[in-house]
Design a protein around this ligand. Structure first.
Ligand code: ATP
Length: 488
């Protein structure tokens, strides 16, 4: 059987739209840039992924508890966290097209161009200068110089008519309460990460949950970033969802915990059925670490757009808690009774984007297969993530068949997400659910009325088995438990 894999995100974008997985936000008005809505299948997939992460973090670890903090936070939070001052991207505008670009990305594109033109030496020199940008006159000035020196033109208009490079803060500001305006110094922001909601609740959780260090706090919630380059579907959005866990540890044990979490998180990707050879962990080199981090690694997936980060694992040291201690005047220390010691804990963080993770699942599952002269599009995702786990079909629209099919539907509904479908040929019904990633389809026919058996058809290899109705639950359960991704 010939199998086609993805070479761009286009097929995922069209399948998502056609099958009700993901839509452009405000579609009837032409959409809103880098904002997306989830449709009936997408919302189920997203919930299943959320649940898989939540179970992993909170159920499998009795020292991790959850919170659900508000999106609005006190303006001081973002001063303490460093976001007001430092959550910026260096931007440059093309005066002719009025389009805005990230200055560093323009230079990176130029480096790629030089390489593909066989000018490796020039590419290496420019890379070296980009890597050290900020060390000469300042980041904006250095980037500006590189763009001008190398005569880098605007990708869309081809013009060489640039504004100066400026820092652009990625946080959305809003007005809060009737008397305020977004220009106020104490303007409220939409949170750009969920982590701070955990840090500011660290004391509350410690005082109420009887946890002892090491312990973790997990949270799933929306985050907002006014991303400038946001063109890759749900890979980079302006409103997205994060699943973060901050693990509070004794200073000195942070490196050990960091290594352990990196390993555990990689294992989770395999547990949700992602092909191993499409995953890797990449350490951040020391000179590229964020201001708060002592060590950091990205867990990357090989998307059709190349290897890209899905999750970050960071050793954030005591940066955040110490800063909140300083800005709020409230003690963030932990008292270790056994040792009689007081310290501000270090934090190991795992931070994954839910939408990006969902995109990874779709890309990993997508196959086009040639079957009997036709192309079958199928999403071979882990059955526990599938938006619809079982399709139930009466062979034809006869009352006796419908009755048994409806009974099976209501029995299985207790445990699984199921979908009853009686329209169209069986072949068409299978294909529709292949595209939805449904791992099991159950067909009720006349023979089955006699001996209470049905046909179960498996999504991945399209094999069919005859099973008795009262064994369906067991067969599906085993199918979910023993499922493994097809490699390659
Ligand atoms: P990137 O380098 O891709 O901008 P980041 O390093 O800024 O990501 P973090 O701040 O570490 O990302 O956020 C943790 C996770 O949140 C990322 O690994 C990613 O999965 C997700 N994420 C971050 N920004 C976005 C976005 N704009 N859209 C969708 N997901 C995002």
């Amino acid at each position: 059987m010939a199998v086609t894999h993805l070479d761009s995100l286009d097929k995922i974008v069209s399948l998502s739209k056609a099958r009700g997985i993901i839509f452009q936000s405000s579609d009837i008005y032409g959409g809103l840039g880098a904002v997306y809505d989830y449709g009936p299948l997408g919302v189920e997939l997203k919930r299943n992924l959320q649940q898989a992460w939540w179970d992993e973090m909170t159920r499998r670890h009795d020292n991790i508890v959850g919170v659900d903090a508000a999106i609005f936070m006190h303006p001081k939070v973002w001063e303490a966290s460093g976001h007001v001052e430092g959550f910026n991207d260096p931007m440059i505008d093309d005066k002719q097209s009025k389009k805005r670009y990230r200055a560093d990305m323009l230079i990176e594109q130029q480096i790629e161009k030089l390489k593909s033109d066989g000018k490796q030496k020039q590419a290496d020199e420019l890379q070296e200068k980009l890597d050290t940008a900020g060390s000469r006159k300042g980041l904006c000035e250095d980037l500006q110089e590189l763009i001008l020196e190398n005569e880098i033109r605007a990708p869309d208009s081809g013009a060489f008519d640039w504004t100066p490079v400026r820092q652009f803060n990625l946080m959305f500001k809003t007005q809060f309460g009737a008397a305020s305006s977004a220009d106020d110094d104490d303007a409220v922001y939409l949170r750009p990460e969920t982590a701070q909601g955990i840090f500011v609740n660290y004391k509350n959780v410690l005082d109420t949950s009887r946890q002892k260090i090491p312990f973790g706090i997990a949270q799933i919630g929306k985050a907002f970033r006014n991303e400038v380059v946001a063109r890759q579907f749900v890979f980079r959005m302006r409103e997205f969802e994060q699943m973060e866990m901050q693990y509070f540890v004794e200073p000195g044990t942070d490196e050990k915990h960091y290594e352990e979490w990196l390993k555990k998180r990689l294992e989770w990707f395999e547990r949700i059925g992602i092909r191993n050879e499409y995953l890797r962990a990449e350490d951040h080199p020391e000179d590229k670490l964020a201001h708060y981090a002592r060590a950091a690694a990205d867990i990357q997936y090989k998307f059709p757009i190349g290897w890209q980060e899905v999750e970050g694992v960071h050793n954030r040291t005591d940066f955040d808690l110490s800063r909140h201690q300083e800005y709020s005047g409230k003690k963030m220390e932990y008292f270790d009774q056994a040792k009689g010691e007081r310290y501000v804990p270090y934090v190991v963080e795992t931070s994954i984007g839910l939408d990006r993770c969902l995109l990874m699942v779709l890309c990993d599952a997508y196959r086009e297969e040639e079957v009997e002269g036709e192309t079958r599009t199928v999403l071979k995702m882990h059955p526990k993530l599938a938006p619809i786990q079982a399709g139930i079909f009466p062979l034809i629209k006869k009352p006796e068949l419908k009755e048994l099919a409806r009974k099976i539907e209501s029995d299985l509904q207790e445990e699984y997400s199921v979908f009853y479908d009686e329209s169209g040929s069986i072949g068409k019904r299978y294909r529709r659910l292949d595209e939805a990633g449904t791992p099991f389809c159950i067909t009720v026919d006349f023979d089955g009325l006699e001996d209470q058996t049905v046909t179960i058809r498996y999504r991945d290899d399209m094999k069919q088995d005859r099973v008795s109705v009262d064994r369906l639950d067991e067969v599906i359960r085993e199918g979910i438990r023993s499922w493994k991704p097809e490699t390659g």
